[in-house]
Design a protein around this ligand. Structure first.
Ligand SMILES: CC(C)(COP(=O)(O)OP(=O)(O)OC[C@H]1O[C@@H](n2cnc3c(N)ncnc32)[C@H](O)[C@@H]1OP(=O)(O)O)[C@@H](O)C(=O)NCCC(=O)NCCS
Length: 165
């Protein structure tokens, strides 16, 4: 049998339906209540920075970056990052996030924020925000707010209200 190969690409509008289905399977309807979802609502994902993984043509993972503003200045929100359950723990999630971060850096962005599990994202270089540094427009567990500097010192220097970009 031929081994199916893993391929990474940037998201295109043609992928959005399959990505939504993947997120539905991973997060269920509860995803709509999340504050991070509210920030993304009505804002198109930044497709040139958002990545997908395919195995044999089938979408198995996606990482989305969306424009936000933090303290009035531009930034990016990472998420959702999702890998289809049978394909987890093979490095796909980490590779998707790394590729999106590299694309964002190459495009000249300074700062990426997310709300997620610190043990996973700290491995990728994200650091925890200090208490009260970033104010989200809804309830967020403060211990799960992380940032990633695409430019040195960008996160430390920034604070304030997080709004849709
Ligand atoms: C989180 C997720 C994207 C990781 O994708 P993945 O392809 O399995 O990740 P990788 O293979 O690159 O990394 C796997 C490692 O991360 C760890 N890991 C996975 N999810 C984790 C989590 N939520 N918290 C802490 N560590 C986690 C695994 O234990 C594994 O560790 P190991 O290498 O020491 O064994 C995937 O598990 C997923 O889609 N989960 C459901 C959706 C979700 O919770 N997304 C994140 C919030 S936006």
């Amino acid at each position: 049998m031929t081994e199916l190969s893993l391929a990474f690409a940037l998201q295109t509008p043609a992928d959005l339906h399959a990505i939504q289905k993947l997120e539905e399977r991973a997060f269920g309807p509860g995803r709509f209540a999340k504050t991070a979802y509210r920030l993304r609502e009505g804002v198109a994902p930044e497709l040139s920075l958002s990545t997908i993984a395919r195995i044999g043509g089938m979408l198995v993972g996606a990482c989305t970056l969306t424009r936000i503003a933090v303290g009035g200045a531009p930034a990016l929100l990472l998420g959702p990052l999702t890998v289809e359950e049978p394909f987890r723990a093979r490095g796909v999630g980490e590779a998707l996030a790394q590729r999106s971060l590299e694309a964002a850096k190459a495009a000249g962005h300074a700062l990426v924020l997310l709300v997620g599990d610190p043990p996973f994202y700290e491995r990728l270089g994200f650091v925890r925000a200090s208490w009260g540094q970033f104010v989200f427009p809804g309830p967020v567990d403060p211990g799960r707010i992380l940032f990633y500097d695409l430019q040195p010192g960008a996160g430390e220097a920034r604070r304030g209200l997080v709004t849709s970009g």
